[in-house]
Write a protein that binds this ligand. Sequence first.
Ligand code: HEM
Length: 444
Amino acid sequence: MVMLHTLAFMAGTAIAMPHLMNDPVALRNARDLIARRADHISRATQDPLGVSKAETNCGPVSCPTFSEADQHITLTGQYAYASPGAGDIRGPCPGLNAAANHGYLPRNGIASIEQTVAGLGTLYNLAPDATAFLAAYAIATDGNLAEGMWSIGGPLPADPISAGLLGTGQGISYSHNSYEGDASIGRNDAYTNHGDAHSLNITKFEAVYALGGPEDRYTLDKFRSRFEAVQDESIANNPYYFTGLFSTVVVVPAAYNFVINLMSNHSAAVPSGYLDGYNFKTFFGVSGNPGSFVWNRGQERVPEDWYRRPSYNPYNVPAVVEDLAIGYAAYPNTLKIGGNTGKPNSFTGVNVADLSGGVYHAETLFQGNNFACFAFQLMQQGIPDFLNNAILDLGTVTSFINKYVGSYMGGLGCPQLGQYDLGLFDQFPGYKYSPTGPATNYRE
Ligand code: HEM
């Protein structure tokens, strides 16, 4: 695997779009970097880089071989499908919901880091580095740090022992701007749906489903192009549209890539993986046909005879980052930091140099490790805004998260910087919009 130290951390980043987008030097740098890093991918000729279109469903590194023993997923016995029970939690993430419905995550939807790493590794071959970080971030911002647990959906049930001291988190269903963000694949923007960004919008699903085309196949490139279209729809319809720091710039586009990399069937016939409409619908809990699709809430499942990506190519942090970077290079309009100012179609970009006190500049953002460092620091700087309990100590939270990204970030040699000027976001009403959830689980 080509290590992408030069690019972002989980990060997407990028930034003050109008400036970056209009700057040919910055764009050229970005493109050169991506091209160098992805030189193992055979070139196609149809997009500006050819890289996005050339990628297989295994991501930046190919998966040329298949092993039945390694890749077959057991869906019987302890891993048999069962619909969630009355007290079980499900949320905005079909990958997590399906894992819980098959017992690869605890069926109640509440997990520790260890359970998450083991379960998602076995089921999807999502690598420990990426999984541990994702779970740690969920615990720190929207979970229960004292007990080291997080919820894949709504608020954690009150714990009489610790609730009084540390409180419990809202879960990722109500993690708007900390984890969950606008312009999702199938969920509504929180503001335009009364705070509910975890239920599938079947019309939105139908639009992305149509990308399969007559060949009935989905690719990373098709999903990246869809991300741009969904952003445009959100900007046109959501007066509170906001590219929350880590959430909308990293998590949301990463989720588009997760569908292809982790839900594709990496079968003997197609070791690099394919995703067809049947697999896509099954993972998303959707039945029926276009025009009459039905979302079966909480019924996300793993298809029969489905093979995960191979052990020799886990989907790890460098691959997640590389896929984000390839997407941003191929679809530069998707690189945005800013928001609508209270009306539809009022998107205003924030300048990266202003935001970072001059430490980063759009012109050099894709040079060296800048992209990685900027994104990581963006995430860290956003944490105080998103802590759901003022009693939690910021230092404790930050060092908890750092434990899971320290080894990756340690090698990057990031520049020291002071405080990001998050005040620049005050002009965007979506920045502080923070819906909270019901006292129960995914059942409204
Ligand atoms: C610890 C691991 C994970 C965490 C904490 C996590 C968290 C999240 C969150 C917060 C969202 C909402 C983002 C948004 O606003 O669009 C989301 C969406 C999503 N996630 Fe995950 N996720 C994890 C693993 C996975 C895996 C393993 C897969 C695929 C197998 C996956 C696929 C998706 C998809 C497809 C969406 C978008 C759903 C939609 O918009 O309809 N995630 N995830």
